[in-house]
Write a protein that binds this ligand. Structure first.
Ligand code: HEM
Length: 251
């Protein structure tokens, strides 16, 4: 889902030199095999028609819905990039240590508002993060972190080593697309520093409170922001290509 950067053109799926290995994505994205399986069935039925970028956008929508999240209409007809751009992805992806100001400006550079950013971050109500992405937070963020939560996370994420240990980003309901992510932030139990930045005495505190109190508002804003994010620089018409294998540019 961190596929925003070069645009929604499937570039994140490329194996070589791409966004997969950009700092914040390196070793972090799972599920490429699922996309490969879907692509293989689609190609068998109707070769050369459905892009990897469209498959990825539909999989994000359906995965969200299957975990009891909202659903939305995905505009189709995106085409796949013929290049992946690691430096672009590095420049456009905020790190898990990012400040609120950096989060706001990174999303703004893609035409997304602070509200979009705070709503989209709610996707961290599912999925897991590696110890290496939240170590600084659990050892150095005492001021805005629940003490017992920090102690619990430190057990499997030592000061050095075990970098790849995975922890759920929403400890309460990791497989449910709900608003527990925002409840956690209000309890100072955000796993990533960048998560807790949304509720740390700044401009997004009020919205975090509103999402926690109103799942309907969160769902509506999340859908709007997903559609907006899905419209960032898509390739259409004759630009790009329909990749045969999502991991490779056509030869
Ligand atoms: C606000 C800026 C964001 C930052 C700094 C950020 C950072 C991260 C980090 C560090 C991880 C853990 C990666 C790992 O260790 O494997 C992660 C996972 C994840 N992020 Fe984000 N993210 C952001 C925005 C988003 C957005 C906009 C979405 C989607 C709408 C999203 C969806 C996810 C999901 C679903 C996972 C779990 C992946 C898995 O379990 O394999 N994130 N994010």
């Amino acid at each position: 889902m961190h596929d925003v950067l070069q645009g929604c053109d499937g570039s994140i799926l490329l194996d070589a030199g791409g966004e997969k290995s950009a700092g914040p994505n390196a070793n972090s994205l799972h599920g490429f095999d699922v996309i490969d399986t879907i692509k293989a069935s689609v190609e068998a039925a109707c070769p050369g028609v459905v892009s990897c970028a469209d498959i990825l956008a539909l999989a994000a929508r359906d995965g969200t819905f299957l975990l009891r999240g909202p659903t939305w209409k995905v505009p189709l007809g995106r085409r796949d990039s013929t290049t992946a751009n690691q430096s672009l992805a590095n420049a456009n992806l905020p790190s898990s240590g990012a400040s609120l100001a950096t989060l706001v400006s990174t999303f703004a550079s893609q035409g997304l508002s602070p509200t979009d950013m705070t709503a989209l971050s709610g996707a961290h109500t599912i999925g897991q993060a590696r110890c290496s992405t939240f170590r600084d937070r659990i050892y150095n963020d005492a001021a805005n972190m629940d003490t017992s939560f920090a102690a619990q996370q430190r057990k499997a994420c030592p000061q050095s080593g075990n970098d790849g240990h995975l922890a759920p980003m929403d400890v309460q309901t990791p497989r449910e697309f709900d608003t527990a992510y925002y409840d956690n932030l209000m309890a100072r139990r955000g796993l990533l520093h960048s998560d807790q930045e949304l509720f740390n005495g700044g401009s997004q505190d009020a919205l975090v409170r509103q999402y926690s109190a109103s799942p309907a508002l969160f769902r509506a804003d999340f859908v709007k922001a997903m559609v907006r994010m899905g419209n960032i620089n898509p390739l259409t018409g004759t630009a790009g290509q329909i990749r045969k294998n999502c991991r490779l540019v056509n030869s």
